[in-house]
Design a protein around this ligand. Structure first.
Ligand code: XMP
Length: 522
């Protein structure tokens, strides 16, 4: 059994990022709802416990509670279990231990510089003045007895604390997000230095364990997988192929909202090159007919999700007839950000969007679902893809949402709008590749706006649509910043789009970060 750190989820959007930071330190971690009893947690034999942040205030009626028994827990060798509280986790812990929490005068959100008062233990090697990411309404106003301050910021006199009685630590900021400079080191210090883990978990061990798990779950049955040609489903296909060989059958659906040339390209790569068993179903008309006249993003997602499952079901029936046996499983490359922003994952967190892979699926799905990457992030999946021998062309591809161009055509999706957007997007991506900028951004794409503006071409007045260009940098899709693409480059792309595409006479560049915007426009 791997050494493990248990993360208790109090509903933070970032809980899975904590798990991922722990994994980066080479330690296996599991997320459990904050409602798990201390007996259940003890039975997991954790080397340490991390309490996540959360959307509630400790003063809210019904705010999630921390079980005091967790703070008195002993490990199997009799030593006290180390605990790290993050934001809400710190506040919940501090209150139980006798400290005071109060609402701050104003919510503190964004960057702050950390001044380290005790550079040992948790802050070993963390540079003084590092940037940390704050996101809280309440804060600690008085230390609990036997606690001391480890770090402060200009706004927060108590930014990190430790107890002298037990290995209990707390931070007011979020070490798990990418914007906290030394967050990774801090979590590593907790896992290795304080909890004493050795680090026995690697991506290779993940692959071996998942293959084993899949084989055990699937037995002799067949599995179908929705291949989109994107990173997630491609890596899932590679993993399943290694696990169960020919019993994996991939289904590739043309949903009418793919990128330019993608339908042919993906078939060529996977059928001809990878020799996967691939069934290609052209259902473009079905999807586009059902999307006709629909503007609401969530309705689009539901329609696409439902049509997708229907098409799958029909394809699976055909496969069953051919093989004499129906596939019992449906494999998907769902990633953690798809899950966290869709449903409350193992705990109480807010729904932002229902992503197609998850929220769009009807409950009465006639397959058992296999989602090997459900707790991973894109770059972790890319690493696994490389480990499985997939070429850079596939693993390096920008993410593409399940509902495709439908969520990039604002307003109703028409065949004409799809054709226009495909062209604009193709120009943008082609230019990014030509100029060597493609790999410098997390995701880049065009969006077609339902807004017409006046332009002039030759001596003619035009009255056509606006195309927005969006390029973001990100490490995991959870937070993102707009990419500072060179002005000359953008001018060239805008020029090509406006000149080459009938129906577009203006291009704009999106300069919003996530949060408060999201990456996609819908
Ligand atoms: P947002 O727009 O939520 O996007 O900031 C985060 C990442 O998720 C992708 N995305 C989706 N992927 N189904 C998917 O499979 C969806 O409905 C969906 N919506 C957004 C988005 O492209 C980005 O990479």
């Amino acid at each position: 059994m791997h050494e493990r750190i248990v993360i208790l989820d109090f509903g933070s959007q970032y809980t899975q990022l904590i798990a991922r930071r722990v994994r980066e330190a080479g330690v296996y971690s599991e997320i459990h709802p904050c409602t798990r009893s201390s007996e259940e947690i003890r039975a997991m034999h954790p080397k340490g416990i991390i309490l996540s942040g959360g959307p509630c205030s400790v003063f809210d009626p019904g705010a999630p509670q921390l079980d005091p028994a967790l703070l008195a827990m002993k490990r199997s060798d009799g030593s006290p279990t180390p605990v790290l509280g993050i934001c809400y986790g710190l506040q919940a812990m501090a209150r139980l231990e006798g400290g005071d929490v109060a609402p701050a005068d104003r919510r503190e959100f964004g960057r702050a510089r950390l001044h380290i008062d005790d550079p040992s233990g948790l802050f070993q090697g963390v540079p003084d003045g590092s940037v940390v990411w704050m996101s809280h309404g309440d804060h600690l106003t008085r230390l609990a007895p036997k606690y001391r301050i480890l770090a402060h910021t200009d706004n927060a006199p108590i930014a990190a604390v430790a107890s002298d009685r037990a290995p209990h630590y707390g931070v007011q900021f979020h070490p798990e997000v990418a914007h906290t400079d030394a967050g990774r080191l801090l979590v590593e210090n907790f896992a290795m230095g304080i909890c004493g883990c050795r680090g026995d978990w690697t991506p290779a061990s993940f692959v071996d364990e998942k293959k084993q798990e899949i084989r055990e779950a699937v037995g002799d049955a067949r599995v179908i997988l929705g291949l989109s040609g994107g990173v997630d489903s491609s890596v899932a296909a590679a993993l399943l192929r290694e696990a169960i060989g020919e019993r994996l059958i991939c289904i590739y659906v043309n949903n009418g909202v793919l990128r330019k040339g993608e339908w042919e390209e993906v078939q060529a790569i996977f059928r001809d090159h990878f020799r996967l068993r691939l069934k290609a179903v052209d259902a473009a008309d079905l999807f586009l007919d059902r999307l006709a006249g629909v503007s609401d993003p969530e309705t689009k997602r539901k329609i696409i999700g439902n049509a997708f499952v229907e098409v799958f079901d029909a394809a699976a029936r055909e496969i069953a007839e051919e093989a004499g046996e129906r596939p019992a499983f449906l494999a998907q490359g769902t990633l953690y950000p798809d899950v966290i922003e869709s449903v409350s994952f193992k705990g109480p967190s807010a729904t932002i969007k229902t992503h197609h892979n998850v929220g769009g699926l009807p409950e009465q799905l006639d397959f058992e679902v296999i989602e090997p990457f459900r707790e991973l992030f894109k770059d972790e999946v890319r690493e696994i893809g490389r480990l499985l021998g997939l070429p850079e062309l596939v693993v390096g591809r920008h993410p593409f949402p399940g509902p495709g161009l439908a969520v990039r055509i604002l307003g109703p999706v028409t065949r004409e709008a799809v054709a226009i957007l495909q062209e604009a997007d193709a120009i943008f991506i082609e230019e990014l590749r030509l100029s060597g900028l493609y790999d410098t951004v997390w995701q880049a794409f065009a969006v077609l706006l339902p807004v017409r503006t006046v332009g002039v071409m030759g001596d003619e007045r035009t009255y056509e649509n606006v195309c927005a260009l969006r390029a973001v940098t990100s490490v995991d899709g959870m937070t993102a910043d707009w990419a500072r693409l060179p002005g000359d480059f953008l001018a060239h792309v805008s020029n090509r789009i406006v000149n080459e595409i009938r129906g577009v006479n203006r291009a704009v560049y999106d300069i919003s970060s996530k949060p408060p915007a999201t990456i996609e426009w819908e």
